[in-house]
Design a protein around this ligand. Structure first.
Ligand SMILES: Cc1cc2nc3c(=O)[nH]c(=O)nc-3n(C[C@H](O)[C@H](O)[C@H](O)COP(=O)(O)O)c2cc1C
Length: 217
């Protein structure tokens, strides 16, 4: 079914089509299945540039859990990121345990918002992946950063609020997260990303600065 620009407004042809669809048992069944799988219950698709420019760090969250299908959508977006040699050296820890969230909030100096977040995702690098040499040994952090940005953009697109809180390269924070999640030494947490429904009206910052551009003609 095609929609006009505004998801709530159907032009007459589309209304007819919608009625025919609803009166067709097969189509009705498909609609119910899509709704149940969560595909139809998520936000309407937004233009990629709108999402990029609307993304902002959100640090206050409503007292409402994030649906599992939305979490999966975030993780799928994260894992679509590019990685050096396509090694995908990442692991994603989805934390909904109140005890662990509170522990992390207590231990991380700039992630106190975790105490009020319904969940968080830790993006971590597996330093055993790909047998990297000395020059490539930090590629996991670059790859996990690309995944993180995809995840943050997906959160924006789904109407969720999130913020990248830094862990690596601060050794005390790496140790705190590793202890809380009982990570083996070769898994290094890059960040902790609290996720929830926004409870504040954060606005994106305008960072456009032509002065930062050098054209090499
Ligand atoms: C590597 C990195 C580490 C960050 N660490 C923290 C942090 O520990 N706590 C926090 O509240 N925000 C953190 N941020 C979010 C930045 O403060 C935020 O992105 C920046 O102020 C720009 O605002 P914006 O995300 O709304 O555009 C971090 C962002 C990055 C990229």
């Amino acid at each position: 079914m095609q929609e006009s620009g505004n998801p709530c407004i159907f032009i007459p042809y589309q209304r007819d089509l919608a009625m025919k669809t609803l009166c067709n048992p097969g189509m009705l069944l498909l609609l119910i299945m899509l709704t149940n799988t969560g595909i139809m219950s998520q936000q309407p698709a937004q233009d990629v540039f709108t999402v990029i420019h609307n993304r902002k760090s959100v640090r206050q969250y409503a007292d409402k859990p994030v649906e599992n299908e939305k979490v999966e959508t975030l993780l799928k977006a994260a894992m679509a990121a590019p990685t050096a040699r396509n090694i995908q050296p990442w692991l994603f820890y989805v934390i909904t345990s109140r005890q662990v969230l509170d522990q992390l909030a207590a231990d991380l100096p700039y992630a106190k918002m975790l105490a009020h977040a319904p969940m968080a995702i830790v993006v971590a690098g597996d330093t055993h992946k790909g047998n990297p040499n000395q020059e490539q040994k930090l590629n996991w952090a670059l790859d996990c950063s690309a995944a993180t940005q995809n995840l943050l953009l997906a959160a924006e697109a789904l109407g969720l609020g999130a913020v990248w809180t830094g862990v690596f390269p601060y050794s005390q924070r790496v140790e705190a997260v590793s202890q809380a999640l009982e990570l083996p030494a070769h898994i290094i947490p890059l960040n902790v990303i609290p996720v929830g429904y926004p409870a504040s009206d954060e606005q994106p910052k305008d960072k456009w600065d032509p002065e930062k551009i050098r054209w090499i003609d």
